[in-house]
Ligand binder design. Sequence first.
Ligand code: NAP
Length: 235
Amino acid sequence: MICQEWSAADLVLHYPRNPSPTLRVNFIASVDGAVSVDGLSGGLHGPGDKEIFDSLRMVCDALIVGSGTIKAENYDGLRLTPEARAWRRQRDLPEFPLMVIVSRSLNLDYQQLIFTDAPIRPIILTHAGADTREAAKHAEVIAVGDGEVDLAAGVAALHARGATQLLCEGGPSLLGSMIEKDLVTELCLTVSPLLVGGGPGRIAAGAPGIARKMSLRHILTLQDMLFLRYARQGN
Ligand SMILES: NC(=O)c1ccc[n+]([C@@H]2O[C@H](COP(=O)([O-])OP(=O)(O)OC[C@H]3O[C@@H](n4cnc5c(N)ncnc54)[C@H](OP(=O)(O)O)[C@@H]3O)[C@@H](O)[C@H]2O)c1
């Protein structure tokens, strides 16, 4: 479906909660594939993407982000608008999604707003060998894997507590690992009308993976911005 006119209210229909467990990834890239401008995604933003970003957060059970992204993008506590919270309450969802930070090293800044201004206690996903004493003062810690964060086990742990609609906002290292582990069921990609040139990487980084086929669910456009939603076949 190609849609050139849509309102914020339509977005829930375009990005629904799925009946089955979902790991939906949301990224923005330039037309020539850059994941950032001057080290941040902010330089890629344009009309419509904030509404989609907010809508994806509103409908999810848990938001998963890598430590590189929370540091680079200086993430705030996961707060939603009053309208978004009301939408969730009407559907018997917790008022706020879980905020899940993935870190192997636990070299995190606990003075960041993502910890100090969190409406509910964030979760840190790490591995069994990590020294979690400091992290546990600021977040709930889930340790999965030995030496490495076992992302599949982390996803299973979230499912076990009823969080089946997972949203991942990156970054590229985390997405690369999730693709490698075959965990991604949906990719929402915003294409920003910029030529950035060489320098920044792609939306996925790390070891090469096995190519997996995706199906196009919709195309939305607003001015020169393009919003694509792809899902794994069968999802
Ligand atoms: N365009 C976009 O939509 C978008 C979205 C997000 C980010 N970005 C950009 O991407 C850049 C950050 O990229 P990044 O790759 O460093 O960030 P990232 O993927 O958010 O974070 C990588 C970190 O995640 C942790 N991690 C733990 N287990 C992992 C695993 N199994 N696989 C991968 N990571 C694991 C590690 O943290 P520890 O080091 O703590 O162990 C690793 O250093 C920034 O420039 C940001 O602006 C762009």
